[in-house]
Design a protein around this ligand. Structure first.
Ligand SMILES: *Cc1c(COP(=O)(O)O)cnc(C)c1O
Length: 226
């Protein structure tokens, strides 16, 4: 992809986000995380050059490699993938700006233990399985508030900043909307406990997510896809 095509895709995305957020409220600000798992370093540099600063990776190994190789750029790295317990130390070393995919109390406890050993902290979001899909990670919406508060209580080195979800994987907009609404209502009830980030919306559904209150979207294929 050449620079002009990248610029066109980026501008188009920025405008669509702009229209969606204004529809919700003039004061509603949405952050774009460019998911770079599909692309190479050269394209990350290209998009960085066009002004994008937040990038997301879904594999610990790729995150580590890119943090290292793009060390000359002040990129804000997000980790959005499923975390296996044996990769925790690697993730701590990569030191992401935000980890979106804390998906169980067990994972939180394991992460807490390692963070204490390293003397580090990590900002995280609690992932919610908002459509209750078997193939998806995350805590069930009914127990999300309780789990969030428990992690906050028991894991002093994890800074919980909010929630994340992946919209229902279906064609029916009403079902996708429902999964975003469920997540937003969990987020709303956690605002008094410091939740500030509601990460939802990907290439196919970010406008709907913003309409439902998302303030952080994770977009990959629309920017970097074929
Ligand atoms: C890959 C991925 C995205 C981006 O998906 P696109 O549909 O390509 O925009 C967002 N969130 C998570 C958790 C992902 O794994």
């Amino acid at each position: 992809m050449d620079r002009a095509t990248m610029q066109e895709r980026f501008d188009r995305l920025v405008w669509r986000v702009e229209e969606a957020r204004i529809k919700r409220s003039e004061h509603h600000i949405v952050k774009i995380v460019a998911v770079s798992k599909y692309t190479d370093e050269e394209h990350i540099r290209l998009l960085y050059d066009l002004g994008q600063r937040a990038f997301g990776e879904s594999r610990v190994q790729s995150l580590q490699d890119r943090v290292e190789r793009l060390d000359d750029l002040p990129i804000e790295w997000h980790y959005i993938g499923r975390l296996q317990k044996n990769k925790i130390n690697h993730l701590i070393r990569a030191n992401p700006f935000l980890m979106h995919s804390l998906d169980s109390i067990e994972l939180a406890e394991a992460l807490q233990k390692r963070l204490a050993e390293h003397g580090s902290r990590m900002e995280c979001l609690l992932q919610i399985n908002s459509a209750k899909e078997e193939t998806k990670a995350g805590v069930m919406p009914e127990s999300a508030v309780e789990t969030y508060l428990k992690i906050k209580e028991e894991c002093p080195d994890i800074d919980l900043r909010g929630v994340m979800t992946i919209g229902a994987h279906v064609d029916d907009d009403a079902v996708i909307r429902k999964s975003f609404e469920v997540t937003y209502s969990v987020y709303e009830s956690l605002q008094k406990d410091g939740a500030q980030i509601c990460s939802m919306g990907m290439s196919r559904d970010f406008e709907l997510a913003i309409e439902c209150g998302s303030n952080m979207i994770r977009v990959g294929s629309l920017l970097f896809g074929e």
